[in-house]
Write a protein that binds this ligand. Structure first.
Ligand code: FAD
Length: 411
């Protein structure tokens, strides 16, 4: 029987970052198995890949910081002299009706974690980002009726935030880990994880073949419960694959200046530029848009008319230079939402040798290099540069749910 030291199931951003973090510190034989014929079949391929830091939990902010550090230093992290993916350092602007006090507190939290942030007043906002309307009065998303906009107050701005190229990142990681000796087996679907006496011993593929290993990482994204169920672990956490809609539009010439990543809590949207500012990517920050549970093998891959109309109305409120009638396209992807506390599960399980990296909702891309570091430290017992110092207890499989106020992508 074919044998590896560690099998990683799933070549999404979690599986490949974990492989890269292992390869950076050890010569263990790592095999990554991926059901897709090409990379990006799961959540990672559809990701908006926004890399910003602000979360309600300090540990999530540190994981975001440490993940973004790797994206910002991608050639060093991957060891590739000319990688395909680039970090687009646009910054991230938070527009929150909570105003000055919130922005002050959050910028101080960030400063304490060595995350660069500032508080912008309306005049500075208008100067730096002339396309952005500072209004804090919510748009009427039901009727679409307009209102007289106010002039806002204070805004949190993350200097070191931006976005990454998700599919290029997967390809870079595949190249990096392959040249470090990791094997990636594409078009290889795992039927089940094999155990004996409470320990993992390998995997069985859908074609019947078996591959042995003493350590297995379940990094199967929205399909994660299919691996956990036969082991009796699926009910432990409510991990739901949910359909997520995203809109793309061409940026009209009338929209002037730089567009940062914008987290618009007034309109319930986030957006960022794409293709060197020629396009805009637009999504939702609302919990109600993250709860449509679907079968990850077959779900509606178009954007609903209602979603399109309400999100575009919110965007037109935030960027008033956009014309009233916009031609847009859209697509859907999958979050894996841990509906208990919207935080992921990372690390060992009670089955000896079985590790999970599941339930990343809309937070996973930015944190993936740091999540890979958490797992690689646990799998190998070794440390490396680009490691996070966040405690592995924070996201442990046997933890209690984290009390959170926000049950959405901003948790
Ligand atoms: C529309 C959208 C926007 C997002 N925006 C952001 C964002 O702006 N910022 C951010 O930080 N995060 C964002 N996310 C979240 C982030 O993309 C995910 O958290 C992250 O990609 C999860 O990665 P993963 O590797 O766990 O899962 P996946 O990318 O889904 O990878 C899992 C892989 O496992 C494979 N697999 C599954 N079952 C098997 C099997 N039985 N055998 C072999 N292989 C298998 C799948 O084919 C897949 O390739 C977004 C997600 C979506 C969908």
């Amino acid at each position: 029987m074919e044998q590896a030291d560690i099998i990683i199931i799933g070549a999404g951003i979690m599986g490949l970052c974990t492989a890269q973090q292992i390869a950076r510190r050890s010569a263990l034989r790592v095999l990554v198995v991926e059901q897709g014929a090409s990379l990006g079949l799961g959540s990672s391929g559809a990701s908006s890949a926004v890399c910003r830091h602000r979360y309600t939990q300090d540990e999530m902010m540190m994981l975001a910081r440490d993940g973004i550090h790797a994206y910002r230093h991608w050639p060093e992290f991957t060891g590739l002299p000319a990688p395909r993916a680039t970090f687009h350092n646009t910054g991230a602007l938070w527009i929150n009706p909570a105003g000055k006090n919130w922005a002050d507190v959050e910028s101080q939290r960030m400063a304490a974690m060595d995350i660069r942030a500032s508080v912008l007043d309306t005049a500075v906002l208008r100067e730096r980002f002339p396309a952005i309307n500072p209004c804090l009065t919510p748009p009427d998303l039901i009727t679409g009726a307009g209102h007289a906009c106010d002039s806002g107050s204070s805004f949190l701005f993350e200097e070191d935030a931006g976005y990454f190229d998700p599919v290029d990142a997967l390809q870079d990681l595949a190249e990096a880990v392959t040249s470090a000796g990791v094997r990636i087996s594409m078009h290889t679907s795992v039927a089940r994880i094999i155990t004996s006496g409470g320990s993992v011993t390998g995997i069985q593929l859908k074609d019947g073949r078996r591959i042995g290993a003493g350590m297995i990482v379940n990094a199967t994204g929205p399909w994660c419960d299919r691996m956990l169920e036969p082991l009796g672990l699926a009910g432990r956490w409510p991990l739901s694959p949910v359909r997520i809609q995203v809109i793309h539009l061409n940026r009209p010439e009338a929209v002037q200046g730089t567009i940062p990543v914008v987290c618009d809590l007034v309109g319930g949207i986030y957006f960022r530029e794409q293709n060197n500012g020629q396009q805009i990517v637009l999504g939702s920050t609302l919990e109600e848009d993250e709860r449509e549970e679907v079968n990850p093998d077959s779900y509606r891959n178009w954007v609903d008319d209602h979603f399109k109309a309400s999100k575009l109305h919110a965007l037109q409120h935030r960027i008033p230079a956009l014309p009233a009638h916009l031609g847009v396209t859209g697509y859907t992807g999958l979050y894996t939402v841990n509906t208990a506390d919207v935080h992921p599960l990372v690390g060992p399980t009670e089955i000896e040798g079985l590790f999970v990296a599941n339930g990343f909702s809309g937070h996973g891309f930015k944190a993936a290099p740091a999540i890979g570091s958490l797992l690689a430290q646990q799998l190998t017992g070794l440390q490396s540069d680009f490691d996070t110092r966040v405690s592995s207890d924070f996201l442990a499989f046997d933890r209690s749910p984290i009390p959170v106020d926000a049950h959405n992508v901003l948790a």
